[in-house]
Design a protein around this ligand. Structure first.
Ligand code: MG
Length: 204
C-alpha cells in the first residue's frame, strides 16, 4: 500500500506558506505504509519537532490497479473518499526546503497520515463540490471546497499514474486549503466532510 500526497493544490494555501502556485503539474510526494494512522488511534507528538502542523485534506481510496490512466477514465480507479490530516513537522520541512533536501523527515514519519473512515464515492458525490473542514478544540481552522483544487481528482490520478503504478488500496491525499497551523499536546483535531465528523485525533 502506498500513500501519495499532493502539495500546493489550493492557491490560498500555497500563498500562505510563500510558495509558488503550480500551473502545469501537481507537486507529488509519498508517505510509507507506516505513516498511516487509523481512525480512533491516538497520535503521539514526535520528539524531533517543535512545530507540528495539521493539514486537513480530502483522501481518495484507489480501488483498481492501473498505470498511465487518462483523466477521462480516472474516476473508475477510486471508490472511496475520506478526510485526513497530513501531519507536517514544519520546522524540519523549512530546513529541508532551504537546503534543497527531500521532505521525508518532515512529512513521512510514522503516523503522519491520519485517515478517516471512507464514504462511498458515487458519481453524484464526485460531481458535487465537496465541502470539508478541520476544527481544533472545537474551533474552525480550515475549510475547503474540492472545486478550489488546482488539479482535480481525475487529473491527479493521471499525473501520478504516469510515474507510479496505482494499486488497489493506495491512498491519495489531495492537498490542503489555507488555515494550516500548529497543534500541541492535548489538542483535539476533528475533520468533517460536509457536516459529518469522520475523523477525530487527540495529540498525546
Ligand atoms: Mg499536505
Amino acid at each position: 500500500m502506498k500513500i501519495f500526497c499532493i502539495g500546493r493544490n489550493y492557491a490560498d494555501h500555497a500563498k500562505e506558506l510563500g510558495n509558488a502556485v503550480p500551473t502545469t503539474e501537481p507537486v507529488i510526494f509519498m508517505k510509507p505504509e507506516n505513516a498511516l494512522l487509523q481512525a480512533h488511534t491516538p497520535f503521539y507528538y514526535p520528539e524531533f519537532t517543535n512545530q507540528l502542523h495539521y493539514e486537513c485534506e480530502l483522501v481518495l481510496r484507489i480501488c483498481k490497479n492501473g498505470k498511465h490512466v487518462q483523466s477521462s477514465f480516472a474516476s473508475n480507479y477510486y471508490n472511496g473518499i475520506g478526510v485526513g490530516i497530513d501531519f507536517t513537522a514544519r520546522d524540519i520541512q523549512d530546513e529541508c526546503k532551504k537546503k534543497g533536501l527531500p521532505w521525508e523527515k518532515a512529512k513521512a514519519f510514522d503516523n503522519s497520515a491520519a485517515v478517516s473512515t471512507f464514504l462511498n464515492m458515487t458519481p453524484a458525490l464526485n460531481k458535487k463540490n465537496i465541502n470539508f473542514s478541520l476544527k481544533k478544540n472545537g474551533e474552525l481552522m480550515q475549510k475547503g471546497l474540492s472545486s478550489d483544487m488546482i488539479f482535480s481528482f481525475d487529473s491527479i490520478i493521471e499525473h501520478i499514474s504516469n510515474y507510479f503504478s496505482l494499486n488497489n488500496g493506495d491512498l491519495i491525499f489531495t492537498g490542503t486549503p489555507a488555515g494550516v497551523g500548529e497543534c500541541v499536546v492535548g489538542d483535539e483535531l476533528d475533520c468533517y466532510i460536509e457536516n459529518e465528523k469522520l475523523l477525530s485525533v487527540e495529540i498525546k
